[in-house]
Design a protein around this ligand. Sequence first.
Ligand code: C2O
Ligand code: CU
Length: 631
Amino acid sequence: MTTGQLIVVDHAVALLSAAAWFAAGAAVAARRARLALGLLGAAVLVTLVRVATVAVLAGRGWWFVQEKVLLGLPMLGVAGAAAVVVAARRAPGVVAYFTAGYAAAAGLVVTLVAGYPLSWSTALIAVSAVGGAALLTARVVAAPGVAPPGAAPPAGDDATGHALARRRFLGVAGGVVVAGAGVTGVGLRLSPARPVATGGGTGPSVTGLRGAAAPAPGGTTRRHTLSARTATVRLPSGREIRALTFDGRVPGPPITAAVGDLIEVTLRNADVEDGVTLHWHGYDVACGEDGAPGVTQAAVAPGGEFRYRFRADQAGTYWYHTHQASHRGVRRGLYGTLVVRAGEDHNGLDLTLPVHTFDGVTVIGDRDGRTDRTVPGGTAVRLRLVNTDSDPHRFALAGTRFRVAAVDGRDLNEPGEVGGAALRLPAGGRYDVVFAMPDAPVALVVDGDRAGGVRLLPEGRADAGVADTAGWPELDLLRYGTPAAAPFDARRPDRRFTLVLDRGLAVVDGRPAYAQTVNGRGHPSIPDQVVAGGDVVRFTVVNRSLTTHPWHLHGHPVLVLSRNGRGASGSPLWMDTFDVRPGEVWEVAFRATNPGIWMNHCHNLPHAHEGMMLRLRYEGVTTPFHGHHLG
Ligand code: C2O
Ligand code: CU
C-alpha cells in the first residue's frame, strides 16, 4: 500500500472508532445493555486496528504519525481504558463511552487541522475540549429525568447532600482545569509568531543583485517589450477566451536566445489590475531579476514598467510568468516560453509546446483542438514539452521510440531509448523529447485525449488513428539514464531543512484560514530558511496531505537524491519543480551559489496563494520591500 493510501485508511479507521464509541454510549443511554456490550467490543476492536494502522504509518516516517502517537492515541487509550473499566464494573458508563468518542474525534480533528508538528497549544486545546465535553455530558446525564437508575435522588438527607456537594465541587474544579488548559492553549496559539526577518542584516540588498549588462563576446542583445493587458483571444476552434496577456497573445511572445546573448525585457502593465511581474521559471537569474513581488521588486501596477536584464548562460527549455497574484494571472494567460539554444541552429524540427488549460480546454502553444504537421521521415525532432498549469499533465508519444534528452532545461546523462511509456510533467515542468521522424505518423497525446494533441505526419501520409496510451506505465526519471558524479557531496550537507506539506488551520497573510501549510504554518509566517553562500543545502520534502504538491525553489535547480527512501539510480536529475505526491518523501540538495532572497513554494499556484510558500534567504541579504507576497 502506498503511504498516501495508508493515510486515507487511517483517517477512515479513526472516524470509525469515534463512531463506535459514540454508538456504544448511545446504546447505554437507551438502556440497550446487550447492544451496548456488542458496540463496546466493536469500539475496542476498531481502536486496536487504529493502533495498528498508526504503527504501519509510523514505519513510513515520523512526520506522518507524530500527533497521533503523542496525543491522539494516548488520549483515546486513557479514555477507552476508563470506559472498559467502567463496563467491567457493570456501571452505566454513558459518560465514559462518550468521552472515549470525544477523544477519538479530537485525535482526528487534530490530524486534520493541526498536523505536524504537534504544538503545546494544540495538545492543551484538544485535551481541554475532550475534558469539557466530558463534563458537559456528565451534567446532562445527571440532570433530573435523564439520571440513570441508581443515581442520587434529589437532596433530602445528609449523606446524599454530601455526595451532591462533592460532585458539584468536582464538576467546578474539573471545569476550572479544563478552561485553564483551553485558555492557555488558545493563548499560546494566538501569541505572535516568531517575527520573520527579511529587512535586517548588513549584506547586499536584492535590488543591487542584478544581471549582466552586456552580452558575452560574440553574443547579441535580444530586446523585447512585453505589455501586459487584458484581451479577448480567439483560438483556432473559434472559441474566445477572456485572457490576461502579454502583447495580446496567449502564450506571450516566445523569447529565444543563444548561449551568451543578453536578454533584455521591458515589462509594461497596460491594465492588469492585480499588477504584474516577470519570473523566469527555472532560469537562475540574479535575484534582482527574479520577479518576486514584495521581495525582489514591487509589482508593476497599471501604467508602470520594469526592465529585466540577464545573460543567457544556460541552454534549455524554460518559461516565464507573472508572479503577482499568479494563481489568477498565470491561469488566465500571463505566461510564455524562454528557450536558449546551445549553439548553431540544429536543422531539424524543434517545437516548443507549452500546454495550458483555459476553462477546461487544453491549449498547446496557441492552438486548441488537434494540430497536424508534415515532417519528412528521418528529420531530427525535438519536442519541448512545457506544463504551464497548476496540475500535472500526462503526455504520451505514440508511433516512435524516443529519448528524454533534458528535464527542466538540464541535459540528462546518456538517456536511453524508450517507447510505450508515458511522461508525467509536474506543474511548471519541462521535458525535451527527441527522436528521428519515422516513415509513419507520430502522435503526441495529452491526458489521454486522442482526438487532440499534435500529429506529425510524413509527407503524403494521412493520420491513421492513435493507439490507446491510457495503460502505458509512467517513465520513472529516478531510474532513467546513466549515473554520473555529483558536483558536491550531499551526504554531508551544511544545512538541512524539512518541509512537511499539509492542510490545516493557519494564519495566511494575516487571516486565519484552512490553509495549505508548511510545517503547520502559512505564508508569510513560515520561518525563512537561512543559508550562507557555498553551503550544500539539503531538503526533505514530505507530503502528509491528500493532494500533489509540485515543489519549486527559485534561483537554484535541485539534485534529486531519493524518493521514499530509495535513492535515485539513473542520470543525475536536476529539477526546479518536482511533484511530491500524497505520502511521498523526497530528498533533494543544491549548492547555494546564487545570493538573494528566493521564494520556495508549491507550484500549484492556488496552493501557494493559500499559504504554501516561504523564503530561502542568504545570510545578510536584505530587501527594501515589505518582504512577503502572495503567489
Ligand atoms: Cu514558476 Cu515562484 O514560480
Ligand atoms: Cu501544493
